[in-house]
Design a protein around this ligand. Structure first.
Ligand code: AMP
Length: 422
């Protein structure tokens, strides 16, 4: 396994200058055909990112690849460019599996930009979208199918998806797909597509189930890695606040005044996201929410609005946030500490993208010290605690666990009455 230090890749103009005056990596040395280099030039991608430098040459040779890379490292082109070159030269079909609709939409956007000028057609097959549109797109015989495992299985069952000639498979954000319970669907898809194919697997973390998939379904893969497993984006300034539940909203208000720029707020639940969104709008900031209770159209509108500056604040749950590709998120704010330590890495990977600096703030309640310990253990860093600003409400004592009260046929949950309110 060879490691390479992750470096910032700066603006296109400085990158070009640096390239001319040093022996910095260049797309030209990776084995890409001239027409693809021209497209990259047109898209103003001049210097490959470390994961691209490492993965593209072997990817172009048709080798299997395991990439340990966080979001924001440029991994889409790391697998996307080898797919495009392969399809141009040899035909066949690409299948890209990923965990969420948003990620699918964004990967398709990148693939379309690069592959579109070569007549390579893409199709997005995701849950929540119109089945008839997907059938129409599939009938056009797309060269690259990008989708979430659940909906792809649906098409397999209805025999409406052409997978018998898949020559290259990508499992993107594989750890998240497993977290979301997609393992059975992935196994089923792996059995349907040809064994003689190239497989590229990308994941921010490398739990043992992924190693197992790789051992069983990949051919001695090349291992590429841009940051140690569990490490956080180098450029993110991280801090925590220890707060009680009743102080969170006020602290959020203070921080939104204190910091400039776009803010991505994480909520543990979709109901929480809705409430935070309402609160933030009342605070006078334009905010939108993105979670599984929103329709695909609403999620797209929120994301587009956030990208274009219509909304300054986007409130998201972990699942919905996967694949959010916005380069200028100034602050990631964990309103609720993530349920799983790995999600911390994914969340803060949303800021400090494309070599820019970023900040991540996490609210931790006194009873959540175990979660904090797990995060610190994973990232091998002690997160600095910032003193609470003045003017917040007095900390309330944390309520004991809710008690279940049965009355007649209805079961209600009520806080234990010992002078606490939740
Ligand atoms: P990804 O990790 O693939 O989601 O990419 C993160 C961001 O980096 C996206 O906005 C890409 O457009 C951008 N990006 C990818 N590769 C490069 C590159 N070689 N130079 C500059 N930006 C890039």
């Amino acid at each position: 396994m060879h490691k390479q230090k992750n470096t910032a890749f700066g603006s296109a103009a400085t990158a070009q200058l640096r390239k001319e005056h040093s022996d910095e990596p260049s797309f030209k040395n990776l084995g890409l055909d001239v027409p693809i280099l021209k497209v990259l030039d047109r898209l103003k991608f001049h210097t490959p990112t470390p994961i691209q430098t490492q993965a593209i040459p072997d990817g172009l040779k048709g080798e299997d690849i395991i990439g340990v890379a966080q979001t924001g490292t440029g991994k889409t082109l790391a697998f996307g460019l080898p797919i495009v070159q392969r399809l141009i030269r040899h035909g066949g079909r690409g299948l890209i599996l990923l965990p969420t609709r948003e990620l699918a939409l964004q990967v398709e956007e990148v693939m379309h930009k690069v592959a579109g000028s070569f007549g390579i057609r893409t199709a997005i097959i995701i849950g929540g979208a119109s089945m008839s549109h997907q059938l129409r797109d599939l009938r056009k015989n797309p060269h690259v199918i990008i989708g979430t495992p659940g909906r792809i299985i649906q098409h397999i069952e209805e025999k409406t998806i052409p997978l018998s000639d898949v020559s290259v498979l990508v499992l993107d954000e594989a750890d998240r797909m497993l977290d979301m319970g997609f393992a059975p669907q992935i196994k089923k898809i792996l059995h349907v597509i040809p064994k003689d194919r190239q497989t590229m697997l990308f994941s921010a973390t490398m739990p043992s189930e992924i190693v197992k998939i790789a051992t069983e379904h990949m051919k001695t893969p090349t291992h590429v890695e841009v940051a140690r497993q569990g490490t956080t984006a180098e450029l993110v300034d991280q801090e925590i606040y220890i707060v009680t539940r009743n102080q969170k909203r006020h602290l959020l208000e203070t921080l939104l005044k204190q910091y400039e720029g776009t803010v991505l707020v994480f909520s543990r639940t979709k109901y929480g996201a809705k409430k935070i969104c309402r609160d933030v709008n009342r605070m006078g900031h334009k905010a939108a929410e993105i979670h599984s209770n929103r329709s695909l159209g609403q999620r797209k509108e929120a994301l587009e609005g956030f990208k274009r500056g219509k909304y300054r604040v986007l409130i998201a749950t972990d699942i919905a946030a996967r694949g959010i590709d916005v380069n200028d998120i100034a602050l990631v704010l964990n309103y609720d500490v993530p349920e799983y330590a790995e999600d911390y890495v994914h969340r803060i990977g949303r800021t400090a993208r494309a070599g820019k600096a970023g900040r991540a703030i996490t609210f931790i309640m006194p009873s959540q010290s175990d979660k904090l310990r797990k995060i610190e253990h994973l990232i091998e860093t002690k997160l600095p605690q910032t003193i609470l600003p003045e003017g917040l409400p007095e900390p309330e004592r944390e309520a004991p666990k809710a008690q279940r009260v049965r009355s007649g046929t209805r079961t209600t949950y009520r806080a234990n009455r010992r002078g606490h309110r939740r």
